[in-house]
Design a protein around this ligand. Structure first.
Ligand SMILES: [Zn+2]
Ligand SMILES: [Zn+2]
Length: 261
C-alpha cells in the first residue's frame, strides 16, 4: 500500500510531527509514503502565502528513516495562473521526488472557507472552480499529478454536500484531463472526500474518463494532516486504480515508477 499525499507540521495547517506520520504508516502496513506539504499561494492577495522554508523542510525530513516504509519527499504546490516562476524557483532549491499541483483558489477564495460560497454562488461555484483548474493546468507544466480534481465539493461549507459528478461538467472536465494526458501529467485518487461527501476526489467516473483520454499516471493519497488518517481508504482507491489502470504509480526524483496491482 502507498500513501502519496501526506502533510506534517511543515504545512501551515498541520501540527503533526513527521515521526508520528511515519509511525502511523508503519502501523498501517504501508510500503511507501510521500510527504507533500503545502506551498500555497493566494490567487488574489499575492502577498498572502502559506509557504515553508527549505530549512524547515530539511530539518523535518532529511534525516527521517524507517526500516519498514520507504519515505519520499514531495510538495503540494498551489497552482495559480501566474506562479510558474515561483514553482520553478522552489524546485531549484530542493530535489523533490514528487510534485502535486493543486488548485486551492477560485475567484479569490478557497472553497474550504465560507467566503468562497457567498462570493461565488452555490450554482456556479463548481463550474468556477473547474474553469480555474483548467486555466491552471494549461498555464503550468512543472508538476507531476493534479491534486484532488474536485476539491471544491469537499468543503464543509458547500451547501449541498454533494460530490461533483463528471457528467454534470463533462466538457470542462474533459478539457482538464485531456490537457493533463497530453502533457504527460497524472491524476491522484484522493481519499479525503470519502468521509466528507461519500466519494473519492475525484470519483471513479473521472478516473475512467482520464484513462480513455490517454492518461497514464495515477497515484493514491489520503491527504492526512494528522496520524489518525494515514492510509485511510487507500485500499479502496487502489481497487479503482487496479480496475482501470492495472497499476498505481509512485515517484522517485520526479520519475514515475509503475507498480502492477
Ligand atoms: Zn490540497
Ligand atoms: Zn493536501
Amino acid at each position: 500500500m502507498f500513501d502519496y499525499h501526506l502533510h506534517s507540521k511543515v504545512s501551515f495547517d498541520s501540527s503533526c510531527a513527521p515521526a508520528d506520520i511515519v509511525m502511523a504508516a508503519e502501523k498501517a502496513g504501508l510500503k511507501e509514503i510521500c510527504f507533500t506539504d503545502h506551498y500555497d499561494f493566494n490567487d488574489v492577495y499575492k502577498d498572502k502565502r502559506d509557504l515553508f522554508t527549505i530549512e524547515q523542510y530539511r530539518t523535518a525530513y532529511d534525516s527521517i528513516v524507517s526500516p519498514k516504509v520507504k519515505i519520499r519527499r514531495g510538495v503540494e504546490f498551489g497552482l495559480t495562473t501566474w506562479n510558474q516562476k515561483e514553482l520553478n524557483d522552489l524546485l531549484r532549491l530542493y530535489d523533490f521526488d514528487f510534485v502535486i499541483g493543486s488548485v486551492h483558489f477560485a475567484g479569490g477564495y478557497d472553497p474550504y472557507y465560507e467566503a468562497f460560497w457567498t462570493h461565488n454562488g452555490i450554482d456556479t461555484a463548481f463550474e468556477k472552480y473547474l474553469l480555474q483548474s483548467l486555466e491552471c493546468v494549461k498555464s503550468q507544466n512543472n508538476f507531476d499529478v493534479l491534486g484532488h480534481l474536485n476539491y471544491v465539493c469537499k468543503s464543509e461549507h458547500s451547501p449541498t454536500r454533494k460530490p461533483l459528478y463528471y457528467k454534470d461538467y463533462a466538457d470542462i472536465c474533459d478539457e482538464i484531463m485531456k490537457t493533463l494526458a497530453q502533457n504527460g501529467k497524472g491524476m491522484e485518487i484522493n481519499t479525503s472526500g470519502v468521509d466528507r461527501v461519500g466519494d473519492f476526489l475525484p470519483s471513479i467516473d473521472f478516473i475512467k474518463r482520464f484513462r480513455e483520454l490517454g492518461g497514464e499516471v495515477i497515484t493514491v493519497g489520503s491527504d492526512a494532516h494528522d496520524a489518525s488518517r494515514v492510509g485511510q481508504h487507500i485500499a479502496g482507491a487502489l481497487e479503482i486504480a487496479k480496475d482501470i489502470f492495472g497499476y498505481v504509480c509512485t515517484f522517485e526524483k520526479r520519475k514515475a515508477v509503475f507498480h502492477k496491482l
